[in-house]
Design a binder for this molecule. Structure first.
Ligand SMILES: [Zn+2]
Length: 133
């Protein structure tokens, strides 16, 4: 079996073609893939992360004016904000808070399954929120 690795679309998980284009989304991720190979986000992606983090910090500060910049607190608000964006406003997690793209083994869907499993919300009764909707 070949060990070819491919990049998957960070929005829909379909395979990107050799030019890093997602045919399902009709969108090129060429710059994002090239930048990820250098372990760097693009300027617009860093700006997007900053925008989200600053908004989350401002939100916390509006209730707790003495609060200091704390990644753990910010990430709690950020996760909730991203869920609202994805669930109610049709945004993609990647567009809200971009990450470095990593090539994945063809046929190995374990990473994707793990991602989906981690994304499940549980109600106070332990029932996945999706099952209640
Ligand atoms: Zn796509």
């Amino acid at each position: 079996m070949s060990k070819t690795k491919v990049y998957l679309c960070p929005v829909c998980d379909n395979k990107l073609d050799s030019k890093s284009f997602c045919h399902a989304c009709q969108r090129s991720f060429r710059d994002e893939v090239e930048s990820s190979k250098k372990e760097e986000l693009l300027d617009y992606q860093i700006a997007q992360q900053d925008k989200i983090d600053n908004a989350c910090f401002a939100f916390i500060k509006s209730f707790y004016p003495d609060a200091h910049w704390d990644q753990e607190q910010i990430s709690v608000i950020r996760d909730a904000l991203i869920k609202v964006g994805v669930r109610y406003h049709g945004d993609s997690e990647y567009d809200l808070y971009p990450w470095l793209l990593e090539p994945e083994q063809i046929g190995n869907r374990d990473n994707i399954k793990l991602r989906l499993t981690l994304d499940v919300d549980y109600s106070p009764h332990g029932i996945p929120i999706n099952a209640l909707m």
